[in-house]
Design a protein around this ligand. Structure first.
Ligand code: BGC
Length: 834
């Protein structure tokens, strides 16, 4: 496409059209000039495609904090390539990821999506993923620029922070991503930054991103994250998403241009950026409105996802060499996360995975006899979905049947207009469309058969944006139609869960029927919450009623009878999700009681925690072995088993600090939007920068992670070339243990006598190397000197590399520095840009 020529051929109306979405996921096409529409798809841990309801399954990658914990740039580029390939199978030209915000504090609802508390690790992980995605000619969208670091009132929140903090911590990963990968797209954040809306900020969009950093891609708004018409157009926001537009109607913008309120030059600049993006994506070979398929669900895809997941797992503690497990040992697998597929956090990052592997499945696949199991305690907020506990009475497959009607149950001659057979847990009908419908009001009868595993009391539940009555064999069990209460479901617009229980007998099959009325039937809508429109949604679940204390006793008694216990605990997409932050850093419900009881019964317990961000481990001193396994995507269960049995020697390193308790964290006083603003009171002392400065003990420091082998470091050499802005660090590493393994060499820099307050040390380089048992490797790290030693000097409004003495610290984690060397910088300098 000859962009400049097309610019001269477009009418004013056509130009305006190009500056906003056509629908939820597409840009506009101008067929007269053969400009195709292009398609976006979420997101950071997989490419979902365009359908929320009844979507096409996709590869689910480990979450952001997991990917960064691999500390492996080339592997993350492979991950990016696979994301690019997935995008092709979903006919998407643009991936809405990676997410590159910061984990200011442990409670952020989207903390799992982003990479790290450290700007360098975050920026390098982003670059690696973007390079992979764009290698496939798919455009990456780094998001959310900038300071979208909490969910509470995210659209109404103003992040108040110092210029130094903004530059050194929050903008830095974006700067590094521009420097090392040049993402084709940026997505702005919902928030304000120091009173200035990110999506229309001259300073952020025009002066820093396009000016100082010299970047020339496309900037889009977050979904409904644009708040003005003229200012955003002038200051650099190219594309309003999604469509139809709120702020860029042809009439309004035409009026502004014709009355010379808006100079046409601004419009042309924005259109040029859109056309350049379209041009870039043409090389992907993806056609507009192409199919969404699952053909990439191959052995190669699973193998890479398994490797990514295994490499991200961090062995936090392994006293008495409890791990790796031996196949001859008698093992019990216990815990709420053992048989639940925990693969992703919640919100726009969530997708329907090709398949799910649980820890129990993974462990069982390594053993000739299935291990003993009990749940130990529940950890869900809402009852686990019934979808995979039902059999569709019409197809005989797992799942349920849905019949769609124009009129409610009980009416004579009901008019059915659609029928589907599904197995999805969460039915969100926002994007459900049917030619037989001309309003959002309709009714669905859902049916499936439930065969209880035991004779017991079973609890059933329904959560709706709409209304629902749930029957078991024609007996009304749950009524979420009358006396409805507003809850947090369906992005804060739906009801609370209503539950009720019923005694069921093993050996019998029960017909579960849900009569659902769509969104207009909902009687507790909240006028202050965004109305998504559409048909609303329903989630329905079921769990056997247990006596919590008896179940913990039962778990302890099983634990006594085995050599070792694998105790699977943690959070899930219910606890960590877009739209809300966590209330505390606790493990859910009775988890800690269960852990204490199991540890007492059998000290040889391997605790496997799944969470995207830190949790408190109050029993840490009593445990010998702890593994952090994040949200591991499709292959989570297999990857956990690979690490536990030593088929993969763990090499993950923590991408964020695990503080001892919530109150220890630097954002404890300021992790909430109050009166419209959130104060970044900890300034640059976030994450390990704070714990180290304050000499605070933590559960596990940033960068920590153990291996089944051991490594020794020697012969550190630091070379500085001030003229050419080069810093070269070399170190010898020997694998002194008895098995092959991967080591992550981490480089931290520290200014010895700074005149301005600075962190004790900062990560500025890392490399991962594979070394065979008994062998050594010489590891070289090449870096930009100014990037590695500068701080942002607010007085000059520039980065400052100060002359003076610096320490170069090489180690296994921020808390385990093995070698140091001093070196002098003779000439200071001020700089801006990349
Ligand atoms: C999220 C974005 C996402 C978009 C589209 C927004 O709510 O903040 O990260 O890409 O929705 O799903």
């Amino acid at each position: 496409m000859d962009v400049e020529k097309i610019l001269t051929q477009l009418t004013l109306e056509e130009k305006i059209l190009l500056l906003s979405g056509k629908d939820n996921w597409h840009t506009h096409d101008i067929s007269r000039l053969k400009i195709p529409k292009v398609k976006c798809s979420d997101g950071p841990n997989g490419v979902r495609g365009s359908k929320g309801f009844n979507g096409v399954p996709a590869a689910c990658f480990p979450c952001g904090t997991a990917l960064a914990s691999t500390f492996n740039k080339s592997l993350l580029t492979e991950a990016g390539k696979l994301m690019g390939l997935e995008a092709k199978h979903k006919s998407a030209h643009i991936i809405l990821g990676p997410t590159c915000n910061m984990q200011r504090g442990p409670l952020g609802g989207r903390g799992f999506e982003s990479f790290s508390e450290d700007p360098y690790l975050s920026g390098m992980s982003s670059s690696a993923v973007i390079n992979g995605i764009q290698h496939e000619h798919i455009a990456a969208t780094i998001k959310h620029y900038v300071c979208n670091d909490l969910e509470h009132e995210r659209k109404a929140s103003d992040s108040i922070l110092s210029e130094r903090n903004l530059r050194e911590i929050y903008l830095e990963p974006f700067r590094l991503a521009v420097k090392y990968s040049s993402p084709r797209c940026f997505m702005t954040s919902y928030t304000k930054v120091n009173g200035d809306r990110a999506s229309q900020s001259k300073k952020l969009l025009n002066d820093i991103l396009r000016g100082e950093w010299g970047w020339n891609g496309l900037i889009m708004s977050d979904w409904h994250g644009l708040y003005t018409s003229e200012t955003a157009l002038k200051n650099g926001l190219d594309l309003e998403m999604p469509g139809p537009t709120y702020y860029r109607s042809v009439n309004a913008i035409k009026h502004m241009v014709e009355s010379r309120e808006l100079n046409i030059q601004f419009l042309d600049e924005r259109v040029r950026n859109v056309l350049n993006l379209v041009n870039f994506t043409l090389d992907s070979g993806i056609i507009a409105d192409g199919p969404e398929d699952t053909d990439n669900d191959t052995q190669e895809t699973s193998a890479l996802l398994r490797k990514l997941s295994a490499e991200s797992i961090v062995l936090l503690k392994n006293e008495d060499k409890i791990l790796p497990l031996a196949k001859y040992e008698k093992i019990a697998v216990i815990g709420p996360n053992a048989k639940t597929g925990i693969f992703s956090g919640g919100g726009s990052a969530f997708l329907r995975p090709y398949h799910v592997t649980t820890s129990y499945d993974g462990i069982s696949s390594k053993l000739s006899n299935p291990p003993e199991y009990t749940v130990g305690c529940y950890s869900f907020k809402q009852l686990p979905s019934l979808a995979n506990q039902l059999t569709n009475p019409f197809t005989g497959k797992v799942g349920y049947n849905m019949k769609f009607f124009l009129n409610p149950p009980g009416k004579a001659n009901r008019r059915q207009f659609d029928e589907l057979n599904l197995d999805q847990a969460y039915i969100f009908l926002q994007d459900y469309r049917h030619s037989g419908l001309n309003s959002d009001l309709y009714y669905i009868d859902i049916e499936g058969d439930f065969a209880p595993q035991e004779s017991a009391e079973y609890s059933f539940g329904c959560t709706v944006l709409g209304t629902a009555l749930l029957y078991v064999d024609d007996k009304l069990v749950v009524d979420n139609k009358h006396d409805q209460k507003k809850g947090n479901s369906f992005f804060n617009s739906g009801s609370t869960e209503k539950r009720n229980s019923i005694f069921l007998k093993k050996g019998k099959s029960y017909r579960v029927k849900v009569e659902f009325g769509s969104r207009p039937t909902f009687s507790a809508p909240d006028a202050t919450v965004v109305d998504f429109g559409g048909g609303g949604g329903i989630a329905f679940g079921c769990a056997k009623v247990i006596d919590p204390q008896e179940e913990i006793k039962h778990a302890a008694s099983i634990s006594k009878q085995v050599d070792k216990v694998v105790l699977c605990i943690g959070l899930s997409n219910e606890w960590e999700t877009e739209g809300s932050d966590r209330d505390n850093m606790d493990l859910p419900l009775l988890t800690n009681q269960l852990v204490e009881a199991v540890l007492k019964a059998n000290p040889n317990t391997v605790i496997v925690n799944q969470s995207g961000t830190p949790v408190e481990f109050p029993w840490l001193d009593k445990s010998k072995c702890l593994v952090q396994s994040w949200y591991g995507g499709n292959e989570a269960g297999h990857a956990i088993a690979d690490v536990l049995f030593g088929d993969y020697n763990p090499s993950g390193r923590l991408s964020l600090t695990f503080p001892l308790t919530l109150v220890d964290n630097p954002t404890f006083l300021n992790f909430k939007t109050e009166r419209g603003r959130v104060l970044y009171g900890e300034d640059i002392f976030m994450g390990y920068r704070y714990y180290e400065k304050m000499k605070k003990a933590v559960s596990f420091p940033f960068g920590h992670g153990l291996s089944y082998t051991s490594f020794e470091y020697s012969k550190l050499l630091v070379e500085i070339d001030e003229e050419n802005d080069e810093l070269n660090v070399c170190v010898s590493v020997e694998n002194t243990g008895s098995c092959d393994g991967d080591e992550v060499i981490q480089l931290y820099t520290s200014h010895k006598n700074p005149k301005t307050i600075k962190p004790c040390q900062e990560l500025k380089g890392y490399e991962k190397v594979s070394i065979k048992a008994g062998e050594s490797a010489r590891v070289e790290i090449h870096l930009s000197l100014k990037d590695s030693l500068s701080f942002f000097d607010e007085y000059f409004g520039k980065w400052s590399l100060e002359a003076g003495e610096y320490e170069f610290r090489v180690g296994k984690s921020s808390g385990d520095i093995r070698l140091t060397q001093l070196a002098n910088i003779t000439k200071g300098k001020l700089w801006l840009g990349l």
